[in-house]
Every structure is written in C-alpha cells, then in structure tokens.
Design a protein around this ligand. Sequence first.
Ligand SMILES: Nc1ncnc2c1ncn2[C@@H]1O[C@H](COP(=O)(O)OP(=O)(O)OP(=O)(O)O)[C@@H](O)[C@H]1O
Ligand SMILES: [Mg+2]
Length: 377
Amino acid sequence: MNPFVYGEKVKGENFCNRQEEIKELVSEISSGQNIMIFSPRRFGKTSLIGEVLGRLEKKGLFTIYIDLFPVISNEDFARISLKSISVLLSSNSKNILKKVKTFFTRVSPSLFVTFSEDGTPAIGINFSKNETYPVIEDIFNGLYAFVKDKKKRAAVVFDEFQQVGELEDSRVEKTLRGIIQEHREISYVFMGSKKHLIYDMFNNPHRPFFKSSAHFPLKKIDPVIFADFVKEKFLNTGRAIAGGTALHIVNKAEAHPYYTQLLAHTAWESAQEGREITAEKIEAAVNRILEREEAAFTNLWDNLTLKQKKLLLALVLKGDNDKIFSAAFLKRYNLGSSSTVQRGVKSLLTKGIIDKEGDVIEFNDVFLKLWVKKRMS
Ligand SMILES: Nc1ncnc2c1ncn2[C@@H]1O[C@H](COP(=O)(O)OP(=O)(O)OP(=O)(O)O)[C@@H](O)[C@H]1O
Ligand SMILES: [Mg+2]
C-alpha cells in the first residue's frame, strides 16, 4: 500500500517529526496560555494539534476540538460549539442530557438529544436568533463550570477560526473574547489558514482579539528531516531510493507538507519493487500531477484579469532578492504602478492563490507555480 498520505489529518507513523513544535505547544497550553496558530493552507495545523491534544490528554487535561469550517452564521457557531462540548460533558454517561444540563444554567430547558449518522448521541439546542449571544456565553461558561467541578484544566481548540472573523457582525468575536479572559483554567487555541484574515483578527487594535493570545506561526517541516521520512517510507515498502533523490522530492515540493506527500505518493506509484527510483521518475511524477491539475489550473488562469495574470507570472519568475514594488521589478515585468501591484496582490490574496507575511509572498499551491512557469515562459 502507498505509504504517503495526503488530504487528511495525519497521525502516528504518517506524522513526520515536529517534535519541537509539539513540545512548545504542550508546555504553553498546559500552563494556560491562549495561542493563535497560523500558517498557509495544508501546512499541517490540524495534524499537529491532534498530536498535541493526545499528549495533553495523557497529562490529564480535558481537550475539546471544535471545527468551525462549516460555520456560516452566528447560530452555527453556537450549535457546533455546543455539540463538541457536550461530547466531553456527557462521556461515559448513559443519561447524557441530565449530565449536560447540570452544568448549564440559562440554556438548560432548550437542550435536547440528537443522534449523529453513526448513532452516537449529541446535544442539540433550540434558540431564537436574538438569544445567540447569551447562549454562546452559557455554553462556554457551562464548560468552565464542568472543568472547575472536576478540578482539572482544559484545552479548547477552534480550528478554522477565521470563519468567525468572516461572520456578518462582530458580536460572536466580542462575546467570545469576553468569555475567554474569564476562564483561567482553560487554554484556548485559535487556528487559521487564511493568514491575512486570522492575522488581522489578532493584530488589528480595533478588533476584540487584539493582543489576546501568543502567536505561533507554523513553518514547513525541516527539508532534511522530511527527506529522511520520505526515504524511510520508500525503503520500508521495498522501494530503493537514494538520499539525494528523496531530498529532490522534498525540494521540488518546497518542503510543503501536503505537496511533498502528494509528490512522494505519485512518485511511489511508479517505483518498482527492488529497483532504485531515479530523478527522472520524480520529474515524470511532477508532470503527471500537472496533467491531472490541467483543467483546474486553466480554469483558474482564465478567471484572472490581464493584470492579475501579469502579476502572477512575475511572481513565478521573481528571484529571491527581487522586491516586487521596486521600480526595476515593475518595469521588467511591465506591471504598471506600485499601487496597481498592491491591488493585484490583494486580489490574489483574496482568491487564496498566494499568501503573504511581511514582504514575503508565497504560492499556496506549489504545483500552480510550476504550471505557470511551464506554460507561460
Ligand atoms: N507532520 C506531518 N508529517 C507528514 N505529513 C504532514 C504533516 N503535517 C501535514 N502533513 C501533510 O499535509 C496534509 C495536510 O495536513 P493538515 O490537514 O493537518 O493541514 P492543515 O494546515 O490543517 O490544512 P488546512 O489548511 O487545509 O486546514 C496532510 O494530509 C499530510 O499529507
Ligand atoms: Mg486543518
């Protein structure tokens, strides 16, 4: 079986290293620190926090993981949070409703039991739109009451937290901010992938979460360690690979966790048992991925304006030391004024094509970059 996994949370033997990150997060979270973890898409936030929560549970903390990806309204936020919290509050209990109700004050009468598709019971809630904020307060205060009652500490993770910043008004953000500063025994972890969105939530002085949490920017995996991981997986499945070739895979995918796994997976498909895989096979694997993505990339390209196309191509061809707003760069790629480029960068950010930290611009999709390079130059 192909040992390279991509597109889902990885754990155990499929999880490469990140020992330093795990150690630091476990220590910060157990000491009650609130943390904001951010990175571009698919860098491994969800996988990493999974490992961290596992360790925290072993240390005796309660852990709650709340995936906010499906949240598109304030009410969704309340319902999804309650569902995750009720799993903890009712665990090992037959009468889950009674157990959960003990810890909630105001919302108790509106709670009911529902069953998910696989038959596990969860708690649902009825409330009207104008009750949303008191309901959210009550849900998290109920959790706090539970944690204190058990004389424990807890870690609550909000994955895809930028969704909250995108809601129609900022009241969920405000309500939540008020709650978290009261809960000393709970450490809250906020994770987000649209870096510019989550970053603004925590660094804009006009927003509720300003300076509320320590920043934890998640980086890529160390290329050398990642190459060892790739090599070992090839060897363990009877495919020979030289260290340099494994490193070539990692470098080609710019050590991006998801794209490295994707490329390794695709290269492994063509590796023959007992025969050493060559650099040519890696290039062939890159081309196979580009072919599979051809329709999606063409579509993306077609939907860009002429100015955006020019800018994207310039970003692909840009040297490491080029400054994109410099006169020389603007002239070389015929990009117009620096304000035009500023607008262009903003639109590519909004489209999720690039990400930006300070002056550094990165492509979210390593293969889109390779595709543009191949097709346009
Ligand atoms: N520590 C790791 N070791 C090996 N592969 C990893 C690791 N972390 C992430 N990956 C690869 O990256 C993919 C995405 O990981 P994950 O879903 O955890 O990232 P994410 O940052 O939460 O992504 P998203 O932004 O989509 O929420 C995984 O399916 C896996 O292929
Ligand atoms: Mg994730």
